[in-house]
Design a protein around this ligand. Sequence first.
Ligand code: SF4
Length: 345
Amino acid sequence: MTKEVKIGKITIGGGNKIAVQSMTNTRTADIEKTAEQMLRLEKEGCDIIRVAVLDLSDAQAIKELKKHTSTPIVADIHFDHKLALAAIEYGADKIRINPGNIANEDFLRQIICKAKEKNVCIRIGVNGGSLNKLSEEKYGRGVDALVDSALRYVEFFEKESFFNLVISIKSSSVLKTVEANRILSSKTNYPLHIGVTESGSGQIALTKSAVGIGSLLIDGIGDTIRVSLTDDPVEEVKFAKILLRAIEKDKNFCEVISCPSCGRCCFDLIGTAKQVSDYVKDISKPLKIAVMGCVVNGPGEAREADLGLAGGKGKVVFFKRGEVFSTVEEKDALQKFKEEIDKLR
Ligand code: SF4
């Protein structure tokens, strides 16, 4: 079990709900655009929003953005420790730094001191492009170097009596991401933020995140996740939610199970499954609805469903937990099935 860490209003680690994170792609100082994107992310279910802080105006914007959203804001800082100090001062709930690209230890100590003062969490983010020099000398540029870099930085923070940490080590390789995080989680109990970085766009990117993040979460590794996509960040959140549902980390929704159909199917299975899925998409409690292609096998195969339908020749049967309780004309089936769903809402 990882240690609990507070980021604004939410607590991560320690068996708390896995938090979904995304990052705005607007200029942070453009309050109107950034706030609009943040609200869209929040509406989609984003738990933590990261913003890039490139200069002082971005850091100052955090104060204003916090008036628009209660979602915790993470300031992403590269190189300039003064921006980290400013971001904390202006209300960032967490900052993300790569200690490897902050010029010296004194600057890091200043960040630690400020984070302590404001009780702000720090994410140590390491990737292949910014390894600790000693780790790189010892291990080259592979998985061990990523893990060793992160742990060296953790040791530095702990020596400064700072423990309010989250760690992330990322790679664009699914295999390296999984391997590195498995090793890291065996060596530390700080919460881990996981994701496959620079994964691209479209189906391959989604698949890389599903396999990389999914494998780790199934192992019980990962406290916050980001599905990295070259796309509208709202898509990252949508897919992260789907991913959490697919591996049963989020059960508060109505799952529609449907068969792939085969030669036994003699009604519009694909259209019906789509319409049922659309009808139940706002249900936020655990339910399982089945849409099956034939009466012969459907009710039995979908025995675990709270409610199901299976197509026949001109007729459709409704069933609960595998037991048929009603037979209706195919033309009336969808409307009557929706009425049955409504009884379960
Ligand atoms: S439920 Fe019926 S139609 Fe669907 S795959 Fe099974 S046998 Fe085929």
